[in-house]
Design a binder for this molecule. Structure first.
Ligand code: ZN
Ligand code: ZN
Length: 258
């Protein structure tokens, strides 16, 4: 067997912290930028999983100048006699990340309607294939609903705001669907069962959203025949509704933002 040279990073995520346990760069690849790529990639993934900080430790003879180049600061030192030290570094990751912001901004395509709303649940992970979502807001065969706090909703351009209700089995549904009367953009859904919440369509959001680490596909029983759902290895699929609410999913996956 021929062993090719390799480089890599092993990190652990726990309770909002990325711990860089191991970073190695093969001798053939030193100074090629691979170390930088690995650290940056690990930090980005940690941020996507909701981490706020990273830490790492290294020995004084291993290259203590490496981590400070990426903004890491020493917060602890152990002496290893006779003359070595073990250095602990940390770095704040998420400060300034746009998608960590509590406030979402959204608008229609023509600009007549805009809105802001606060939320704790940033990930657009839920794909709904029901006939209402896919006909009214889902050109790809599904719509992506996210979630905001109804009492923080502020609307600009209310005169252009339209609302309709999709009857289900001949009866008025519990959800009101808001859209722009001028350009037709679907904006959000408000459901009388959850008056404290509102559900914007991710497609109407202007604030940058994080890519979800996995998705939930729901109401697949109503899927159009031509649609081939793109189901990732960690995705969950449901013929009807998923077990977890948007809040529960974020909390279970450690992605809830306070
Ligand atoms: Zn519009
Ligand atoms: Zn739907």
């Amino acid at each position: 067997m021929r062993v090719r040279s390799a480089s890599g990073l092993i990190g652990y995520l726990y309770a909002g912290w990325l711990y860089i346990a191991l970073l190695w760069v093969d001798a053939d690849h030193r100074r090629s930028g691979i170390g930088t790529t690995l650290i940056t990639e690990a930090e980005q993934r940690a941020i996507a999983f909701g981490c706020h900080s990273a830490f790492v430790d290294t020995f004084s003879f291993q290259g203590p100048d490496f981590y400070p180049r990426f903004g890491y600061e020493v917060f602890g030192v152990f002496d290893y006699p006779p003359d070595h030290q073990r250095l602990f570094f940390r770095k704040r990751l998420s400060a300034g990340e746009a998608w960590m912001a509590m406030r979402l901004e959204g608008s229609c395509r023509c600009g007549a309607v805009g809105f802001t709303v606060d939320r704790h649940t940033p990930y657009p992970y839920q794909r709904c294939y029901c006939s209402i979502c896919r006909k009214s807001a889902g050109g790809g065969g599904y719509a992506i609903n996210i979630m905001g706090l109804a009492d923080t909703l502020k609307i600009r351009g209310k005169r252009a705001l339209g609302v309709w209700n999709a009857p289900i089995d001949g009866r008025l549904g519990s959800a009101d669907r808001y859209y722009c009367k001028k350009c037709g953009t679907p904006l959000w859904v408000s459901d009388e069962h959850w008056p404290e919440l509102m559900h914007p369509f991710a497609s109407a959001i202007d604030t940058e959203l994080p890519s979800p680490p996995k998705s939930v596909h729901l109401l697949l029983r109503d899927k159009a025949g031509w649609v081939e759902p793109q189901i990732g290895p960690d995705d969950d699929c449901f013929d009807g509704y998923p077990q977890l609410s948007i809040e529960e999913w974020h909390k279970k996956n450690g992605l809830w933002v306070d």
